[in-house]
Design a protein around this ligand. Structure first.
Ligand code: PMV
Length: 368
């Protein structure tokens, strides 16, 4: 059996504005999704004891087509602490953990010099994980000599990020920013922008052909100083599900009717750049203030919800900063606080479900 896990994520700053090219910051959270895989001699794949239905599991299907198009059926076991459909990156966590387990088990053929003879990378372009016409051939099979690596030696975080982003995009009608998959695979804190930002450590670029045209993102890491150990993130789930696509479409309509609202999008971008500096400096109060300010701007874009406002009001007196996280319209809010127990209780008393995490948990991890 091979097992891997990956964390969920929270958007700290910049949701919605990121759709218009502004930067956004996301952190990996402690709640994780673990996937175990083993080969089975049944004809069908099996997920959690049930027959696998591709239409029910588009991310699994996307990875099967890219990584496991040959070979025996797999039996998958998924244990997730990341609530689904709440904007906490549950599908990204599943995709990245499964991609890691599959690659570790399948292995990777490399040449004598260590060069890859199979796999996806931003440095090689003869294989394209984003293509609709996947070439289901294994370049490794025509390689003479070399060797096959398995387990941790076969895993590459760039490849996992590409695969995760490609299957997220494929299952979301061709639209997905790499924010979730970058946070989940790299762990820690990531900054995603349409240009390289001086204030953070650039990692890689991602391009995607979306229905609205070619999009490009630059993915960076932000190193968190030690002072972050003093604070927690408390996540409050309203239990209200609002599809991300509908919320994004709502903002687009608002901007079309009121073009002056674009100033708020630009203001969010400026705030994110300010927050990046506060994060690097470990200035927790400045960070909290920026979160609350970001929430007010999001509220102005019409993406809050009475239940979010309730949880935010309950958490605010014991927090450095509070805001909704992700698409809004329901979903989750977050509070930056040194009193996680008190804030959790306040959230639960106000009718939400609370989760506590440190900021910037570890990324994808192979267990067995
Ligand atoms: O669906 P979530 O909660 O992961 O967040 C979506 C973030 C948006 O900025 C609203 C949309 C996007 O594609 O970035």
């Amino acid at each position: 059996m091979t097992a891997a896990s990956a964390p969920g994520k929270c958007i700290l700053f910049g949701e919605h504005a990121v759709v218009y090219g502004q930067p956004a910051i996301a952190v990996a959270i402690e709640q994780r999704c673990e996937v175990k895989i083993e080969e089975t001699n049944t004809e069908n794949w099996i997920i959690d004891g049930l027959n696998y239905l591709p239409e029910k599991h588009p991310h699994v299907e996307g990875l099967r087509n890219r990584l496991w198009f040959q070979g025996p059926s797999l039996k998958l076991n998924i244990i997730s602490e990341v609530p689904a459909g709440s904007g906490l990156g549950s599908s990204a966590a599943l995709s990245i953990a499964l991609a890691a387990a599959m690659r570790a088990k399948k292995g990777r053929r490399v040449g004598i010099d260590g060069s890859w003879h199979e796999g996806y990378s931003s440095e090689i372009n003869q294989t394209d994980a984003y293509s609709d016409n996947l070439q289901k051939t294994d370049p490794g099979s025509i390689c003479i000599g070399g060797k096959k690596l398995f387990g941790i030696d076969a895993i590459d975080s760039d490849e996992l990020g590409i695969l995760g982003h490609a299957v997220e995009a494929a299952s979301q009608g061709g639209r997905a920013s790499p924010t979730d998959t970058a946070a989940v695979s790299l762990g820690g804190a990531v900054l995603v922008s349409d240009k390289r930002e001086e204030s953070a450590e650039w990692q890689y670029s991602r391009n995607l052909n979306t229905p609205e045209g070619e999009r490009k993102w630059e993915v960076h890491k932000i190193s968190l100083p030690e002072s972050f150990d003093e604070v927690s993130l408390v996540i409050g789930d309203t239990g209200v599900h609002a599809p991300t696509g509908d919320m994004v479409a709502g903002v687009a309509e608002l901007l079309q009717k009121n073009p002056e609202k674009m100033q708020e999008i630009v203001a969010i971008g400026k705030l994110v750049r300010r927050a990046t500096i506060a994060m690097k400096d470990g200035d927790l109060q400045a960070l909290g203030n920026a979160m609350t300010e970001n929430h007010l701007l999001l509220r102005g874009l019409g993406v809050s919800h009475p239940k979010l406002e309730n949880l935010i009001k309950a958490a605010a007196p014991y927090s450095l900063g509070v805001k909704l996280t992700g698409a809004g319209g329901g979903g989750c809010m977050i509070a930056l606080t040194t009193q996680p127990k008190t804030v959790s209780q306040a959230i639960e008393m106000a009718g939400g479900t609370a989760y506590v995490s440190k900021l910037g948990a570890g990324g994808v991890h192979l267990h067995e």
